[in-house]
Design a protein around this ligand. Structure first.
Ligand SMILES: C[S@@+](CC[C@H](N)C(=O)[O-])C[C@H]1O[C@@H](n2cnc3c(N)ncnc32)[C@H](O)[C@@H]1O
Length: 231
């Protein structure tokens, strides 16, 4: 389940930071904001004090989480992504509410039982060791705290296989290449999906990591899934 080289993944995200949001909007047909709002509703159905958004990229999910949390920590290992997130958060008046921290999901720099909920959007798939990442989330969540994972998933049925082959393997690498000028970065995307998990496999991983009441819902014809579970 390894992605290969974490440093290569990090430098790839460093390279595409400027174009990341534009690509995301095109790739999701403009649905990414709605998916983030849904992720927040699952992670924090009621207002919470302290929330974590890991692999936060340009901070969009962290900003959405700030509607339901008093303090949000946005963590990413890519400094260019964090640098890009800061003016975007400031423009929304969220500079004090959202603390941006550089760090690795596989070694979260927080004590046990720090957060009431955690989210990770389009990030779990990139981890070199998914069980280790899930164990870190479990460690930093308070008892009863929820983890919500939003990601592209490995195709399971004929429809999601078609979306994967035509969309993720055929069209999106070309769109990403055109938008970012980086061909390799967007060849990485279909490969990372192929190495990832089907939705039921992620349910099993989260359950094995000690999460309870794990469930998921499919989005975009089963090519995206939103998983949630409680500590
Ligand atoms: C595809 S972007 C997703 C950004 C954002 N969560 C969103 O929903 O748009 C993936 C992000 O995960 C970060 N990332 C990948 N592996 C990581 C790790 N081990 N620790 C911290 N950040 C990581 C990358 O730097 C990148 O910003």
């Amino acid at each position: 389940m390894s992605t290969g080289h974490p440093q290569r993944v990090q430098s790839m995200f460093d390279r595409i930071a400027k174009r990341y949001d534009a690509f995301n909007t095109v790739a999701s047909f403009g649905r990414d904001e709605a998916w983030r709002r849904l992720a927040v509703r699952l992670a924090a159905p009621e207002h919470v004090d302290r929330a974590l958004d890991a692999a936060s990229g340009t901070g969009k999910l962290a900003a959405a989480l700030a509607t339901q949390a008093t303090h949000v920590t946005a963590l990413d290992f890519s400094n260019p992504m964090l640098q890009r997130s800061m003016p975007l958060l400031a423009a929304q008046g969220l500079s004090t509410k959202v603390a941006s921290i550089q760090g690795d999901v596989l070694a979260l720099p927080f004590p046990d039982a720090t957060f009431y909920c955690a989210t990770i959007g389009f990030g779990l798939r990139n981890l070199d060791d998914i069980p280790a990442g899930l164990a870190e989330f479990k460690r930093v969540l308070k008892p009863g705290g929820r983890l919500v994972v939003l990601d592209i998933v490995k195709p399971k049925n004929i429809v999601s296989k078609a979306v994967y082959t035509i969309g993720f393997r055929g069209m999106l690498p070309l769109v990403g290449w055109a938008l970012s000028g980086s061909r390799t970065a967007y060849q990485y995307l279909p490969n990372s999906v192929q190495r990832y998990l089907t939705p039921p496999e992620l349910v099993a991983e989260m359950t094995d990591a000690g999460f309870r009441d794990v469930s998921y819902r499919n989005l975009m014809l089963g090519s995206i899934a939103l998983h949630s579970g409680r500590v």
